[in-house]
Design a protein around this ligand. Structure first.
Ligand SMILES: CCCCCCCCCCC/C=C/C(=O)SCCNC(=O)CCNC(=O)[C@H](O)C(C)(C)COP(=O)(O)OP(=O)(O)OC[C@H]1O[C@@H](n2cnc3c(N)ncnc32)[C@H](O)[C@@H]1OP(=O)(O)O
Ligand code: NDP
Length: 289
């Protein structure tokens, strides 16, 4: 990861000066890049996830790269987004300590690859990605945004052609996208904008480790029109845009940051088979096809 002083952002230096954000999963991968860019643009960022040690280390590293007079800008807070009480405490801490909650980035989450998953695995993934996002939106709204407005960005995934081998996360992310559209309408009268960013295959050490190494990500290259993997900073730019005044008329939408992957080929191959039922009108048709 780049030091904050080296962060290359297309946005003006003090774009988010005086603003306060929460980024879940902000210590690693995409969340870290988002935290680095937001903080480099003047935002105070509370980073929240389960592993406090990771959070503290990331906050220290990012803060060290910020001029001393402007430190600290990044604050660690331990929170499992599957636990509603912990999410409520995260919102209260942020508002009590920093006086506002302008932005929420629901980035924390993940899944594992598995064709036939256990009910426990299904629940773990749905609770993390869908219910966790719901808790964060709900308590950001209740504790601050209902009365002051704000902007929310949810990180989802490329599930537009289904998500075979990761059906749990496909269902959860589609749920987040639909939740986002409902909330965009329900909360418009409070001045809250809510959108999604949908990454394709984005390489980071932590993400790749979760799947057994970089080679697993590289196996996806043939389904990406851009013919390369994405990097976390390419997702961060889209998030910063959606949070910024440049997106003041944008709500209820999804920006895909995927090199064209979502409307190209599926990575999933259907085995050769003859198992489909014949057409109703002509039971003989299958043999003619
Ligand atoms: C041919 C082309 C191929 C291209 C392929 C490209 C591949 C790239 C894919 C790109 C798209 C998406 C990328 C990303 O999202 S990268 C982000 C990766 N980071 C993470 O996922 C981190 C967060 N993940 C987690 O924390 C976990 O996965 C989880 C969400 C499940 C939460 O885990 P938690 O610790 O809370 O849960 P438990 O350990 O208690 O597990 C509960 C049950 O879940 C089942 N489980 C969990 N892990 C696995 C696994 N690795 N394999 C199978 N089953 C799993 C299991 O039932 C657990 O219960 P038990 O432990 O009792 O069995
Ligand atoms: N990289 C990619 O190609 C893609 C990533 N995504 C999504 O983007 C997001 C970031 O992923 P990425 O940066 O790549 O991978 P990482 O594994 O680096 O990030 C996942 C982050 O989520 C946090 N997290 C996981 N579960 C919880 C929880 N229950 N409560 C709070 N925080 C949690 C983790 O922290 P901790 O373990 O400390 O809790 C970690 O910081 C995820 O939602 C991921 O699924 C979507 C599409 C593609």
């Amino acid at each position: 990861m780049a030091a904050a002083s080296m962060i290359r952002s297309v946005f003006k230096k003090e774009l988010f000066s005086g603003k306060v954000a929460i980024v879940t999963g902000g210590a690693t991968g995409l969340g870290r890049a988002i935290t680095e860019e937001l903080s480099s643009l003047g935002c105070k960022v509370v980073i929240a996830s389960r592993r406090l040690e990771n959070l503290e280390k990331a906050a220290q590293e990012i803060n060290e790269a910020i001029p001393i007079s402007l430190r600290p800008r990044v604050f660690p807070y331990q929170c499992n987004i599957r636990n509603e009480e912990q999410v409520k405490s995260l919102m209260k801490y942020t508002i009590d300590t920093h006086g506002a909650l302008d932005y929420l980035v629901n980035n924390g989450g993940g899944q594992f690859a598995s064709p036939a998953i256990s009910a426990k695995g299904w629940l773990a993934v749905v609770e993390t990605n869908l219910t966790g996002t719901f808790y964060c939106c709900k308590h950001a709204y209740n504790e601050w945004m209902a009365g002051h407005g704000g902007a929310i960005v949810n990180i989802i995934a490329d599930m537009y052609k289904g998500f075979p081998n990761m059906a749990h996360t496909g269902a959860a992310r589609a749920g987040v996208q639909n939740l986002m559209m409902s909330l965009a309408l329900e909360w418009a009268d409070c001045g809250i904008r809510i959108n999604c960013v949908s990454p394709g295959i984005i390489y980071s050490e932590t993400a790749a480790k979760n799947y057994g190494g970089r080679h697993v990500f590289d196996e996806g290259l043939h389904i990406i029109p851009a013919k390369r993997l994405g990097i976390p900073e390419e997702v961060s730019g889209a998030v910063c845009f959606l949070l910024s005044p440049a997106a003041s008329y944008i709500t209820g939408t999804t920006i895909k940051v995927d090199g064209g992957q979502s409307f190209y080929r599926s990575p999933f191959t259907i085995p050769e088979h003859n198992s489909f039922p014949p057409p109703l009108e002509d039971p003989e048709l299958n043999s003619k096809l």
